[in-house]
Structures are given as C-alpha cells and as structure tokens.
Design a protein around this ligand. Structure first.
Ligand SMILES: C[S@@+](CC[C@H](N)C(=O)[O-])C[C@H]1O[C@@H](n2cnc3c(N)ncnc32)[C@H](O)[C@@H]1O
Length: 214
C-alpha cells in the first residue's frame, strides 16, 4: 500500500525525541545514546516499528535502534510513539548502509533484517541487505559473537541470502522455512508485514547466523 505524503513530516521527525535524523552529521557515534550501557541491537528497515517497540518492551536491558530510510514510513513509525513507550529504543531516519559511520567497530550485538525489500531483478541484487557489500559492513560493526537474525516470506531472497552467508563463512545457528510451523514460533514477535503474509497463508523463512572468526 502506498503511503500518502504528509506535509511537514520531516520536521516532525526532527522534533520527535525518539527519532534520530542525520546521525552521520551529529559528530558522535550512536553508541553514546545507549540506554544504561546496555548491549546494542539494530533493526534495518524497521517499517512502522511494531517489532522494534514490542521487542524493546520485552527486553529492557538492551538498546534498540531501528533504521528506516523512507521519510513516509519513518513518519508513521514516529507517529505511533506514545508517552509510555520504553526508553530503550530509537528510530533512526537514515539508510542502514551508514552503520560503519555511526557505530564504533565491533559494538553491535545483533542485526535484525525483517522482511527486507526483495529486489527481484538480478541487476538490483547489490541493493539486497544480504549482498556481500552489506555483509562486510555487518562484519565490521558486529561484536565477536554478533548475530544476524533474518525473516522473510520471499523464498528467492532467502535462498540468495543463505548462499551469500555460506560463502562468507557465517556460522548458521538456526534455519527454518516454516517459522510459524516450527518450535521457534512461540517466542516470535511478529512484524507488520509478517502478520499480513501469515494471514495470506504464506510460510515465513527465518535464519540466525553468527559472525565468522577473522
Ligand atoms: C518490506 S518493508 C518491512 C518493514 C518491517 N520490517 C516489517 O517487517 O513490517 C521494508 C522496509 O525497509 C526499509 N528499508 C529498505 N532498505 C533500507 C535501508 N537500506 N535502510 C533503512 N531502511 C530500509 C523500507 O523503506 C521499508 O520501510
């Protein structure tokens, strides 16, 4: 569904306490915004933020940064912020490809890729968030035992990602092609897209990998 442009949405993002805009120009690393010195988890492409909020609520000892590059989507995410929202999450209105510029090396414990854009044309594969170019970035910002958690309904993107991760020697900790029919279902926190796909009867793929040794 196409989201409507709302006048003043960028200004709204700039003024919202929960939102960090232009993090690369701020002269500090996002690590400095961390709540109570807690571990850092990042979601790339957080959409309207349901997963980000719910997982932050469930895990108060972790700080979450949800990157969203679309102003229209980030605005919807920011509009959903309520007064009693947990203090341990931030919405970052930015492209996730700047992770290396805005975090210290080896300082992120976990990266979530939830229903990333599939970019089906081979000429666009380099935009996929599991393209080698991105995996190299994740490698440099993840801690020694840092993990990537990926979920997608898109089988083509999933198989491509498995291949890329194998080529990069990432260690597979779990993999299922039917998350909701698996033993991992009870602890799963659904995203907006996931709920839609599950209601359409689609199977959800999930994998977790650990950063390879140098
Ligand atoms: C298909 S939606 C999924 C949203 C959400 N994760 C969910 O599962 O409901 C993908 C979102 O990722 C955002 N996105 C795609 N590439 C991105 C990037 N490189 N950095 C930040 N956001 C990105 C898009 O703007 C879009 O809102």
């Amino acid at each position: 569904m196409r989201l409507r442009y709302v006048p003043g949405q960028y200004q709204y993002l700039k003024e919202c306490d929960k939102v960090i805009t232009e993090p690369e120009k701020r002269g500090y690393k996002l690590n400095d915004a961390v709540y109570n010195n807690s571990p850092i988890y990042v979601e790339l492409g957080c959409g309207k933020g349901r997963f980000l909020r719910q997982t932050a609520l469930k895990n108060p000892d972790i700080t979450y940064f949800g990157f969203e590059k679309s102003v229209k989507v980030a605005y919807r995410c920011a509009k959903a912020v309520i007064e009693n929202d947990p203090p341990n999450y931030f919405i970052v209105y930015s492209n996730g490809d700047i992770l290396r510029d805005v975090f210290h090396p080896e300082s992120i414990e976990r990266i979530y890729l939830n229903f990333s854009d599939p970019w089906p044309k081979p000429s666009h594969y380099k935009r996929r968030l599991t393209h080698k170019k991105f995996l190299d970035v994740y490698r440099s910002v993840l801690t020694a035992n840092g993990e990537i958690h990926m979920k997608t309904d898109n089988n083509d993107l999933f198989e491509y990602s498995v291949e890329q991760l194998k080529e990069g020697n990432w260690e597979f900790l779990m993999l299922t092609r039917d998350l909701h029919g698996s033993l991992y279902a009870p602890n799963n926190i659904m995203t907006e897209y996931e709920e839609r796909f599950v209601n359409e009867g689609k199977k959800i793929n999930k994998l977790i990998v650990r950063k390879p040794d140098e």
